[in-house]
Design a protein around this ligand. Structure first.
Ligand code: KG4
Ligand code: ZN
Length: 350
């Protein structure tokens, strides 16, 4: 089984890890959250600069605490798509330079394939096919997985990603950035049934609704209306607003994911991505899967938000299949997960 040094710089977490198959020998994350919080969201230019500053120390740190030398790793990996272009470039250039200097193969990893692999840092996965509910700051997708590289998207958000909705609603409620953990904390003491909120169904051109797609823009507007209506009464019932919002997001995600799994006769559901850290969502999904005899696997809490260990696991799986990337591989701010195999083509696609 291979040992890989993995780098992650696609958004606002700089991370490095050394992974042996599915075991994390060392991992470190430097979050930029506090810096971006001043602006209410990620500022791409700041993100790139902070990655440049943080990455060398993180690499030094994981190499030292793994007890290995760089010459002992089998390959070097970095997320190369999708994400912020300047941010991705920092990890890509660093990874490719190290690979070149140490004469190791380089693997460019699709960031979402990393999230998919994060669940394997916990329990064993039953054999595929299975359905993944991937919920992060940039993506809300239902993906059928038949094996590494064999992905089919069955559902998606037509506007905001779930994490983006958490971030925007948190800003509206004055709860700061990132919104997910802030809303979760505020919601703990709230009544999740106090406000009736819309579930954002997506119309189909031929009539009816798409059963597995999502829309969070109407929910965002409904929250704004509630806030506007309640403001003249004095202080806002933040806990109840946060809990009602969190509840409806959890219900929508769970309902559509479970329906999709059942309709496609997929016996296992997998939950990954930053929003998978949400405790109400995890609890609701556990209960629903149990009542519908669906097996559930959830990424370990520590590996839901961006990290490099998940990139390392994905890289190990590519490596054992004999794959690696061209050293001249660039980065792609937008690349569908279904195109991840292209990252291992002899002639780089970008
Ligand atoms: O996967 P991730 O770290 O980055 C992307 O690839 O986008 O996800 C970040 C997102 C943010 O929108 C953040 O608000 C959300 O995950 N998030 C949460 C929680 N922790 C992080 N959302 C809900 N509840 C949480 N506990
Ligand atoms: Zn992510």
């Amino acid at each position: 089984m291979p040992t890989v040094l993995a780098l992650e710089t696609s958004c606002d977490e700089s991370a490095a890890a050394i992974v042996h198959d599915r075991r994390v020998l060392a991992g470190a994350v430097a979050s930029q959250v506090e810096e971006h919080a001043r602006w209410g969201g990620v500022v791409p230019e700041i993100a790139s600069r902070r990655h440049v500053e943080a990455l060398p120390q993180l690499i030094e740190q994981v190499v030292a605490s793994s007890g290995l030398s760089l010459s002992a790793v089998d390959a070097i990996a970095a997320s190369v798509a999708p994400g912020l272009v300047g941010a991705l470039l920092v990890g890509s250039v660093t990874g490719r330079t190290l690979a070149r200097l140490h004469n190791k193969p380089f693997l460019g990893i699709h960031h979402l394939e990393g999230h998919l692999a994060s669940v394997q840092l916990g329990e064993d996965l039953p054999p595929g096919p299975y359905l993944v509910l991937l919920v992060s700051g940039g993506h809300t997708e239902l993906i059928r997985v038949d094996g590494p590289g064999a992905y089919q998207r069955l559902g998606r958000s037509h506007d905001d990603a779930a994490g983006e909705a958490f971030d925007k609603v948190a800003r509206l409620l004055g709860l700061g950035y990132p919104g997910g953990p802030a809303i979760q904390a505020a919601a703990a003491a709230g009544d999740p049934g106090r406000f009736a909120l819309p579930k954002g169904r997506v119309s189909r051109p031929g009539g009816g609704f798409h059963p597995y797609d999502f829309s969070f823009s109407g929910l965002k507007t409904a929250m704004l209306r509630q806030v506007q209506a309640l403001k003249p009464e004095g202080s806002l019932p933040i806990a109840d607003l946060a809990a009602s919002f969190e509840q409806v997001v959890a219900e929508v995600l769970v309902e559509r994911a479970c329906r999709c799994a059942t309709d496609h006769q997929l016996a296992t559901l997998v939950l990954v991505g930053g929003v998978a850290a949400n405790l109400r969502l995890r609890r609701h999904l556990e209960q629903t899967c149990a009542s519908r005899a669906l097996q559930l696997r959830v990424a370990p809490l520590a590996y839901c938000t961006d990290n490099a260990a998940m990139i390392g696991v994905a890289a190990c799986q590519r490596l054992v299949r004999g794959q690696n990337s061209a050293i001249g591989l660039g980065v792609a701010p937008r690349l569908a997960l279904e195109q991840a195999d292209g990252l291992y083509a002899t002639a780089p696609p970008f």
